[in-house]
Write a protein that binds this ligand. Structure first.
Ligand code: TRP
Length: 332
């Protein structure tokens, strides 16, 4: 059996994947698994989406979009196990078991739930307005996602760190009673700058300032042209460090390209020219993946097969661990 550490992460299919997801989560997760030091288990957290997505056709499409995104960006399903959360019922069994070791107070402190309550308070609504139990216990399911195969490392964006800490707390509470059954997972956050959105704030679906990853070329160009700039003349020298266009450029360009564009900024660059440079590096980077993505979305049977194989690979592992857990608690 492999003694490699397990790297595991999930993406919630709640909308079309964007650049922030790629640079903040997908890219580092793939680099980690492709380094050869980890066994990768990457999945589509469809039951997490059910908290908010209640249209079956929409949910189905989002699931395919996330799967196709992983694959288009370089996930090799022979090396990394790609699966859909709901295909692994063992996770749901563990979810219940773990919920019996989760203090209610711990859930009260979870960010997503707290934000919702605060929002209701500001709008003078009932505090529980719009809160279903899925949202409230979201971190328990996430702990089950992570603990069901004893993951070691969880590459995630900074906003998910609290959830990994909660998973550790829950694992500890269980281990405290039954001994060292669960491995304590660690969050691995991508270092460096946050991916900015079109308005300069963090790129996020909720701010509606994101760039979808696989936009057709023309639309990508259009979106880049919409980035707000001031009215300084092209010939006036500009500070590259004070420009969202340059921030984006840095995410895709080589060191040499970055230095060249910075020099051009300082000599004086027209915003239209800067935007075109940005479009070119971004498009070069995304062209290949975009083609693969479109092919996969046009023939989804390939995705179905990969997800089936992924579930078949992860389930025996899950069953083995679940058996230990069940023995520990005394139901087996
Ligand atoms: N909560 C994560 C997000 O919104 C998705 C997720 C669900 C996840 N389960 C996970 C991430 C387990 C890492 C590990 O992005």
């Amino acid at each position: 059996m492999s003694t490699k550490k397990i790297s595991l992460t999930g993406i919630k299919p709640t909308g079309t994947p964007h650049l922030g997801n790629y640079l903040g989560a997908i890219k580092p997760a793939l680099e980690m698994a492709n380094s050869g030091d980890f066994e990768g288990y990457y999945f589509i957290a469809d039951y997490h989406s059910l908290i908010t997505v209640h249209k079956p056709e929409t949910l189905k499409e989002y699931i395919y979009e996330v799967a196709a995104t992983w694959l288009a960006l370089g996930l090799d399903p022979k090396k990394i196990t790609l699966y859909q959360q709901s295909h692994v019922p063992e996770i749901m069994e563990l979810n219940w078991i773990l919920s019996c070791f989760t203090a209610k107070g711990l859930m009260n402190r979870a960010h997503a739930y707290k934000a919702m309550i605060q929002d209701n308070e500001e709008r003078k609504k009932d505090l529980d307005h719009g809160v279903n139990m899925g949202l409230y216990t979201y971190p328990v399911l996430m702990a089950a996602d992570i603990l069901f195969i004893n993951s070691n490392v969880v590459p995630v964006g900074a906003d998910q760190v609290q959830h990994i800490e909660i998973a550790r707390d829950i694992a500890n509470a269980f281990n405290h009673v039954y001994g060292e059954v669960f491995t304590l997972p660690e969050a691995k956050v991508q270092e460096g700058e946050l991916v900015p959105g079109l308005d300069g704030r963090k790129m996020s679906k909720s701010y509606d300032n994101y760039i979808p990853l696989f936009l057709p070329e023309k639309k990508l160009k259009k979106l880049i042209n919409k980035i707000k700039t001031d009215s300084t003349e092209p010939s006036v020298p500009k500070d590259p460090e004070d420009s969202i266009i340059f921030d984006f450029y840095k995410l895709f360009a080589t060191e040499e390209q970055i230095a060249d564009l910075a020099a051009w900024y300082r000599r004086g660059i027209g915003w239209g020219e800067a935007k075109l440079e940005l479009f070119n590096v971004m498009n070069d980077h995304l062209k290949g993946p975009r083609e693969i993505y479109n092919e996969l979305m046009a023939d989804k049977s390939k995705i179905d097969k990969i997800l089936e194989e992924g579930a078949a690979r992860v389930r025996p592992k899950a069953q083995e661990i679940l058996k230990e857990v069940k023995k520990s608690i005394g139901v087996l």
